[in-house]
Design a protein around this ligand. Structure first.
Ligand code: NAD
Ligand code: IPM
Ligand code: MN
Length: 368
């Protein structure tokens, strides 16, 4: 049987810096565990625009459709901010998500014990936190039509449309309930049914899916603005949160800070099963290209490394190996190793991106 295949798209800014550390982990699995992947690497985002004039070449898109899983770093940056909207780096990422139909974006926020003191929230509020945000990723206001900037009288109007079909809500609700059954058996659905028709439909469909097929799971509904507040007030009340594309984007950045840093949060974007039974999948850190720290060796590679751990778990059915990576991360943090984003201003010395990657590899060695 051939090795599982991975397409690596490091992207822009700190994307290549953090991905280089993931490659060390992938190589470690080949050498030390006999788990080899067929890895190919390609361009996405600004770097693809520089070479091809588009943020995602058709050949790259085709490759992404063929492999067992895609790993993506980050896209975007100030050099590309003034490009025409259709070729902005972010369009490359959105095309991957849409054409692969990766509708379920799993964004777990876990607070490692060693970082509980570092969160901007009080320790007892975040210690032991383990929540999962399930963000709908291929519809909603990100993709709804009509959209654009139009002339209206003597001024321009910017239009985006929030749009959800019943089947789109149905499938993301099922994904959330299935996950909840493997965790704390509790789902909180967030929308704004008080002001948006799409929110009313969202609430109705989630409730119907629950009542028909998942009545054993505890379900609650919350307006998304209250949800944001509750996430900072008492995040441990949640287990799985299911929400739409835009609310999920914002709420997951918010959840990131509960864990200490945006540099800690991984994600899995999953679609329907392929012929081989594996879900279509792309794994990416929640953070962006971090132009403010690019090229300085300051980026935290943990979010990207934990995204690879999610690939082991969700694409390759290697939950034990995923746990091995997560435990290695936990160990280096418990040993006090910190990239700059995980330190305050009290004179402690941070380690670099590559030093963090090396430390995690050493912790993996120690796990054997
Ligand atoms: P960002 O996530 O890039 O950065 C926000 C802040 O978090 C910055 O101060 C940054 O230094 C810090 N940060 C992020 N990741 C970090 C890491 N791994 N280690 C240490 N610190 C980290 O968000 P932004 O500044 O709003 O956006 C910058 C660019 O990235 C934009 O072009 C945006 O569109 C793009 N972006 C891409 C993705 C993606 O590719 N998935 C996600 C978000 C933003
Ligand atoms: C994310 C990012 C993306 C989003 C951008 C870069 C398109 O913020 O993955 O969270 O808004 O979905
Ligand atoms: Mn985001």
């Amino acid at each position: 049987m051939s090795n599982p295949s991975l397409l690596i798209l490091p992207g822009d800014g700190i994307g290549p810096e953090v991905m280089a550390e993931v490659v060390k982990i992938i190589d470690w699995f080949g050498v030390k565990r006999g788990i080899a992947f067929d890895v190919s690497t390609d361009l996405v985002g600004g770097c693809a625009y520089d070479k091809h004039g588009v943020p995602l070449h058709d050949d790259t898109m085709a490759k992404a459709q063929e492999v067992d899983a895609v790993l993506l770093g980050a896209v975007g940056g100030p050099a590309y901010d003034d490009l025409d909207f259709s070729v902005k780096p972010e369009r490359g990422l959105l095309r991957l998500r849409k054409e692969m139909d990766l509708f379920a974006n799993l964004r777990p926020a876990q607070c490692f014990d060693a970082l509980a003191d570092f969160s901007s929230l009080k320790k007892d509020i975040v210690a032991g936190l383990d929540i999962m945000i399930v963000r709908e990723l291929t519809s909603g206001v990100y993709f709804g039509e009509p959209r654009g900037i139009f002339k209206e009288g003597n001024e321009r109007v910017g239009i985006n449309t929030q749009r959800y079909t019943e089947s789109e809500i149905d499938r993301i609700a099922r994904a959330a309930f299935e996950l909840a059954r493997k965790r704390g058996n509790k789902v909180c659905s967030m929308e704004k049914a008080n002001v948006m028709e799409s929110g009313i439909l969202w609430r109705e469909v989630v409730q119907k899916v629950h009542d028909e097929d998942y009545a054993d799971v505890e379900l609650s509904h919350m307006y998304a603005d209250n949800g944001a507040m509750q996430l900072v007030r008492a995040p441990k009340q949640f287990d799985v949160i299911v929400t739409d594309n835009l609310f999920g984007d914002i709420l997951s950045d918010c959840a990131a800070m509960l864990t200490g840093s945006l540099g800690m949060l991984p994600s899995a974007s999953l679609g329907a099963p392929m012929a081989n039974g594996r879900p279509k999948a792309m794994y990416e850190p929640v953070h962006g290209s971090a132009p403010d720290i690019t090229g300085q060796g300051k980026a935290n590679p943990i979010a990207c490394i934990l995204s690879f751990a999610m690939a082991l778990r969700y694409s390759f059915d290697m939950g034990d190996e995923a746990t091995r990576v997560e435990k290695a991360v936990e160990k280096v943090l418990a040993d006090g190793l910190r990239t700059a984003d995980l330190l305050g201003n009290d004179g402690e010395t941070p380690i670099s991106t590559t030093e963090m990657g090396d430390a995690i590899v050493a912790a993996l060695d120690a796990s054997l």
